[in-house]
Design a protein around this ligand. Sequence first.
Ligand SMILES: Nc1ncnc2c1ncn2[C@@H]1O[C@H](COP(=O)(O)OP(=O)(O)OP(=O)(O)O)[C@@H](O)[C@H]1O
Length: 252
Amino acid sequence: MTDKILEIENITVSFDGFKALNNLNFNMDAGELRVIIGPNGAGKTTFLDIITGKVQPTQGRVLFQGRNLRRIPEYKIARLGIGRKFQTPRVYLNLTVRENLDLVCNRNKNVLSTLFSRPSSSDRRNVAGLLETIGLVAKADLQANLLSHGEKQRLEIGMLVAQSPDLLLVDEPVAGLTDEETENVGELLLALAESHSIIVIEHDMEFVRQIARKVTVLHEGSVLCEGSIEEVQNNPRVIEVYLGQTPENPHQ
Ligand SMILES: Nc1ncnc2c1ncn2[C@@H]1O[C@H](COP(=O)(O)OP(=O)(O)OP(=O)(O)O)[C@@H](O)[C@H]1O
């Protein structure tokens, strides 16, 4: 048994010779909430793609709970316990919040039987608990198209959690959200982090400060540095990469 939920060893991903990931090494303990930042084109999305099996590495390997994911198809990796939340919410807009959650809580049944049969008492408990967790109890019977963007994001995170993943991958969850919605999503992720391992990719530094314990900075397909938000923000190489210039020498 390993206490590492994820180990990424010497991963390179080449697209026609261009290395989107370049000899990248990364690992994460079970139970961690890790935030990944990096300038545009640093390789953040590709990093998630190699974990979920959407992209196969040119070189290197990904171990999830000690298991090599090489050549395992995307849908099987999802079943092993890796859930991914994309940037734009993918909820069923014509269903209510509760129906959306019912669907995933009953994912072994088909859509029609889920909608037209009475959910079992354990399913009801699950859905009630999830509604509570995502803060949408009062909106449970509202159609999802009437939710705000932030509420849709929270609903989709709830749908992901309903599938009981061991590792949650969350891609820019607060892009386009108001400050209040951003804070709500942050609180939700912090609550989920008590019982899940989570990787969040994010640009919004205010949000990163709200949720981050440990931050990994990607640059040109490799890990530039890791540490607390303060360590990372004060790292001269990070400053250089973000500003695109060498920081001024304070002694000059
Ligand atoms: N399928 C592909 N074919 C060719 N190049 C690609 C492909 N996917 C990504 N890239 C390139 O790889 C690099 C890393 O892309 P990636 O989307 O992973 O970066 P990112 O850090 O997520 O960027 P952003 O913050 O802009 O979303 C970029 O230069 C991108 O153009």
